[in-house]
Ligand binder design. Sequence first.
Ligand code: ATP
Ligand code: MG
Length: 348
Amino acid sequence: MIESILSALIEPALLLDAGGRVTIANPAAQDRLGVWVIGRSYVSVLRQPALLGPVEDAYAKGVTGTARFTHTTGEVDTIFRVTVSPLAGVDGRRHVLLVFRDLSEAYAGESMRRDFVANVSHELKTPLTAVSGFIETLQGPARSDAAARERFLGLMAKEVTRMNRLVGDLLSLSRLEGQSRKRPTERLDLSALVGEALSTLRPGAEAMGVTLEAEVPPEAIAPGDRDQLTQVLTNLVENGIKYGAHPGSVRVAITAVAREPVIKGPAWRITVTDAGGGIPPEHVPRLTERFYRVDTGRSREQGGTGLGLAIVKHIVNRHRGRLRIESTVGQGTEISVTLPAEAGRRSG
Ligand SMILES: Nc1ncnc2c1ncn2[C@@H]1O[C@H](COP(=O)(O)OP(=O)(O)OP(=O)(O)O)[C@@H](O)[C@H]1O
Ligand SMILES: [Mg+2]
């Protein structure tokens, strides 16, 4: 009876008999701790003093306790909170039940949140410090210097624009997280969308010596969210402009994919290519992390926040699409977004 109850538990659980041996290790415990624990004494299984105390108390005093237990396999540490409870055994003697709850995920979430807050604060602090510096100068030494005032106001406007962008990007990220399960349904022409995005970006690109080229079919219809896909195109093309070659060109192409294996159906692939310095391979897997930048100084100088690709990734996920980044140092970068061409069936 107790064996089948323990098998039904998702958490690893061990039952110790009156002699302190493991009589039952449920499947989760066998999975996480190993099959070898069955029949062993709890002292050799648990080893950590923090946990041995509560087990001894459960046997001696019949009290329930909890303890933290770190289990190491290879390079990975798993942290468990273990509940230790005395039980009356069928033999009339005291048995002890240990139930393990995995805390690692909660910890990982916690530390991600901490990093995120630290990053946001830092990103805001830099422009704020700059702006307060300018205000001080304007109140003091530059008070009656018209030329300096003009220059400082310009610099302040730039910093404020950056803070505004940062806050805007953070808001879009949190909105996206909220709707990640809701698939967009509007039918869009991706070719037209590319055309519109490129005309908006062209003046800025040309000012930097970059020409924008499109190679798209007359029509590429797919379900999508217009504003969000425009945001994707804008960030990818802006990245190509910022980090590509000067002078140079950024090319946006749309090709049809008859059957994308992961999407399991027809798809459109939008590819943005530049011939810039490229991205060293060790950075590529991390580019979609929030605030991750290869060269923070260079990105900041261009008003970047390092949130662009994190937003792109979220939007692509919401569209059930795929994002691929391919880059060769010294040759350039090709980023492709593959989107389902048809609205998904039920599962979406
Ligand atoms: N086409 C590219 N060529 C070289 N490096 C790139 C390219 N696209 C992105 N990167 C690198 O990836 C980093 C992250 O890009 P992302 O778009 O997330 O941020 P950003 O462009 O710096 O800031 P934001 O998009 O918020 O303006 C960039 O800082 C840059 O180092
Ligand atoms: Mg960007």
